[in-house]
Design a protein around this ligand. Structure first.
Ligand code: 7TS
Length: 414
């Protein structure tokens, strides 16, 4: 593997930073948390940043001139700056705070999409999208009479790029694609996709819910027009996420929600919208959560996303190797070098929910179901899978525990 010992993460120190990892699920049964794709755990630095804000500086932002209001505003805006730097945005006004990835994509669909798409226009998605990058487009398609097309997923869990080129020939107005599948783990070549989409005249939205937490992501390098991601999957709190949008696109878009903060002037029958990014942030935002998001970015930046990614590459190589030795177990998706640290699998003769229940009785937290990607499961003819996912705090020993846990599942189900 391409990490040297010097670059390796200090797992003992990192695990110390996450109080929940000391939890026992039952007496003598320590937690093995393998569900970070759903939501990550939070380090003390994030929990403390939010507590400090409530204990010292709590006030509403952008309105008061008193000391607390100024502190709160400064911390909230500092978080935006950190996020902008983290993803390589040129300006912090290109980062809009939203509740999560889902809201970010809805914002694009219902602000950009409502204004710039017309009956018969095509939206190009993929078969591996999370529901949050499908349903908003379906709603808009019904409203406006749009055509939805899908880049197919191959048997081994990759996007069919020949078919993508053909679909681009139909001149979609927007290509919206996930950078990493939350089921297959597939890391899609979004830079190449964006370049080709731009040549065909389309705008590009990247769903970064799984990539931004796990890989170095730079919007300039990717040539993404929009990038959506959630804090809670990258060590931050729930209730906050970000939409990156290129300034000229955001400028041209109408507001999404109306109310306080997003306006410059309001009359009884009209308003003028505020400047970016406030135009898209109506009402009192999740202030403590934004500050916690900033602290999560600080934590990841201190470690370095290259090292996070390298650790996860090691873990997934190790996990796939170990899982491949279990008779009757099938892991879906591409080989380890083309995917992130996600292993969705089925076990012959055992329902995925039973697998996860028996693992839970051993303290091992995995997820079973369709993982909000029902069309992808349909494609593979599966009602559900069991999914183990890994992050910077997971160890090789935890992979071994998963393997032992699965041996027990097999024993119980004979
Ligand atoms: N896009 C992808 C690729 C995701 O994995 C998820 C969440 C979302 C969008 C939506 O993120 P949210 O923060 O708005 O909910 N994925 C999962 C999952 O795999 N299990 O629980 C949530």
């Amino acid at each position: 593997m391409n990490t040297t010992t010097a670059e390796r993460l200090d797992l003992i120190q990192i695990r110390e930073d996450f109080p929940i990892l000391k939890r026992e699920i039952a007496p003598g049964i320590p937690l093995v948390y393998l569900d970070s794709t759903a939501t990550s755990q939070k380090p003390l630095a994030v929990i403390r940043a939010m507590n400090d804000y409530y204990e010292r500086s709590n006030a509403n932002i952008h309105r008061g001139v008193h000391t607390l209001a100024e502190e709160a505003t400064a911390q909230y805006e500092a978080a935006r700056e950190k996020i902008a730097r983290f993803i390589g945005a040129r300006k912090s006004c290109e980062v809009v705070f939203v509740r999560n990835t889902t809201e970010a994509i809805n914002l694009v669909a219902f602000s950009w999409g409502r204004k710039f798409l017309q009956r018969g226009d095509r939206v190009l998605l993929t078969e591996m999208e999370h529901h949050s990058n499908l349903v908003p487009w379906q709603i808009l398609a019904q409203e406006k009479g749009l055509e939805l097309d899908f880049i197919p997923v191959t048997e081994n869990g990759l996007l069919d790029l020949d078919e993508f080129q053909r679909l681009l020939g139909q001149k979609p107005k927007i290509v919206a694609v996930t950078q990493m599948s939350n089921v297959l783990g597939t890391i899609n070549p979004v830079k190449q996709i964006a370049q080709l989409a731009h040549q065909a005249g389309a705008v590009v939205l990247v769903d970064g819910a799984q990539s931004v937490p796990h890989l170095p992501v730079n919007v300039e390098d990717l040539e993404a027009d929009f990038l959506a991601f959630s804090a809670h999957k990258m060590l931050g709190p729930t209730g906050i996420g970000a939409l990156f949008g290129k300034e000229e696109l955001l400028e041209a878009m109408p507001p999404f929600l109306g109310g306080g903060d997003m306006i410059k002037k309001v009359h009884l029958r009209s308003f003028s919208a505020n400047e970016l990014p406030h135009k898209f942030e109506a009402g009192t935002p999740a202030i403590a959560e934004a500050i916690g998001f900033g602290a999560a970015i600080d934590y990841l930046s201190r470690i370095g996303m290259e090292r996070v990614a390298a650790h996860e590459r090691e873990i997934i190589h190790y996990a796939l190797e170990a899982l491949s030795e279990i008779d009757g177990l099938t892991v879906f998706g591409p080989p380890a070098d083309q995917k992130g640290a996600v292993a969705s699998f089925t076990m012959r003769g055992v329902h995925p929910h039973d697998v996860s229940q028996i693992l839970d009785s051993q303290g091992i937290a995995v997820r079973a179901g369709h993982h909000c990607a029902m069309p992808l499961h349909e494609k593979f003819g599966l009602p559900a899978t069991t999914r183990a996912s890994f992050y910077l705090y997971n160890t090789h020993q935890e992979v071994d525990q998963l393997v032992r846990g699965l041996a027990k599942v097999k024993k119980i189900f004979g």
